[in-house]
Design a protein around this ligand. Structure first.
Ligand code: UDP
Length: 373
């Protein structure tokens, strides 16, 4: 018999599982979201200048997973945008991740050449080395380089972004941005990368555009009286259980949007400020889809702990992957084991630092698990 499904949260995770159930199982799915829009934190919109703004900060799609790519491209065409990040170190523009080209940006030529030769002797070309591994150097020049990169790229940026030193962070987080023994200046090396041509919101709209899917915005899970056979919850698990064991920590960010009367503010979509200012980075959105306008919109990004009471840091962005927090998450998950009909997924539901493609893959895998229930 056909089952009744509800998905809480209209971001990538929720909309992927909703689409698969509606399409493959031909079952009804109600998708609810407490916000007044779909697409979760990937929500974007065209502003009065015709510029596509990423309301919750830059989102760039990238994957090497064929399953994810063939799934997502059903809902939108993508441009061939390949993301690069510039970092300003002591006033000098260079590439993030720090790579072989960066050596020549920030050091005198003779020193850069010497260090480059030593790096290429030690590492295979195109090796990605997490900063904590890179710090284990015996050679004096390479140790100098490691200390330089640690301080100039990671130390202050990470303290701004997470409120703690990199040493106290789960190492997988800084490993997302390795030292890259390469001249490839791109942020990601995935086979497929790009921005959906009509934006992320449009892509998600297309995922939800199905006769079996109904969407209700401005709706909390508690507002729903109906009974469902399957519940997919992409919100934070502590909220689901009414904070019974305490609040699960997240980091939040906020954006200070500014409009300028010039075509461009900066020469790149994202510029990181690892050594200066109290914001971490500045986004300039018109680079993503090459939007034409005599004006430009930028957003300065500030970080803080997520605060449950709302306010400017009242949205959850990043799980804080410390052991004690993962234990707290698991305690909640144990409670969930008694509830057969409820599944948790997504960056919040799984308490994992997923990129978009990993969130989609998790939802596809969960669908495979439940489809014969
Ligand atoms: N990071 C850093 N300096 C940089 C860029 C990144 O220290 O210039 C560290 C920081 O701890 C950050 C992590 O690497 O949180 C992951 O960065 P990523 O760009 O993947 O973060 P996201 O874009 O997901 O916010």
């Amino acid at each position: 018999m056909s089952k009744k499904n509800i998905v809480i949260g209209a971001g990538f995770s929720g909309c992927t599982i909703a689409n698969l159930i509606a399409n493959t199982l031909n079952e009804k799915v109600l998708v609810i979201d407490k916000r007044n829009h779909i697409a979760g934190n990937s929500y974007d919109y065209r502003d009065h200048n015709g510029i596509m703004i990423h309301k919750y900060g830059s989102h760039i799609f990238h994957t090497s997973n064929e399953k994810v790519w063939s799934f997502i491209k059903q809902f939108s065409d993508f441009n061939q945008y390949m993301h690069k990040v510039i970092g300003i170190i002591d006033g000098i523009e260079t590439n993030i991740p720090f790579n072989l080209n960066s050596l020549h940006d920030v050091f005198p030529h003779s020193l850069a050449d010497k260090i480059e030769r030593k790096l290429l002797k030690k590492y295979k070309y195109n090796t990605k080395v997490p900063i904590f591994e890179f710090q284990k150097q015996n050679d004096g020049d390479l140790k100098f380089l490691a200390d330089y990169i640690y301080e100039k790229v990671f130390l202050y940026y990470t303290s701004k972004q997470w409120g703690i030193n990199p040493e106290n962070m789960e190492s997988s987080v800084t490993a997302r941005v390795p030292v890259y023994i390469s001249k490839d200046n791109r942020y990601f090396q995935d086979k497929y990368q790009g921005i959906p041509l009509e934006g992320f919101t449009n892509l998600i709209e297309n995922m939800l555009n199905h006769k079996n899917i109904k969407v209700e915005l401005n709706t909390n899970f508690n507002d729903i009286d109906e009974k469902f056979d399957r519940i997919f919850y992409t919100g934070s698990i502590d909220e689901f259980f009414n904070y019974k064991f305490g609040v699960l920590p997240y980091r939040s960010v906020t954006f200070k949007f500014e409009e300028y009367n010039s075509e461009f503010y900066q020469n790149n979509s994202v510029i990181n400020y690892p050594c200066n200012y109290d914001f971490t980075r500045i986004h300039e959105f018109k680079h993503y889809l090459k939007d034409k306008s005599p004006k430009t919109i930028i957003a300065k990004e500030y970080s803080s702990d997520f605060s449950l009471g709302g306010g400017i840091f009242g949205e959850r962005y990043y799980p804080v992957l410390k052991e004690e927090n993962i234990l707290l998450y698991n305690k909640y998950l144990d409670l969930a084991k008694n509830l057969n009909s409820v599944r948790f997924l997504g960056r919040l539901g799984d308490y994992k630092y997923y990129d978009i493609d990993k969130a989609i893959l998790r939802a596809i895998n969960l669908f495979e698990e439940i489809k014969n229930d």
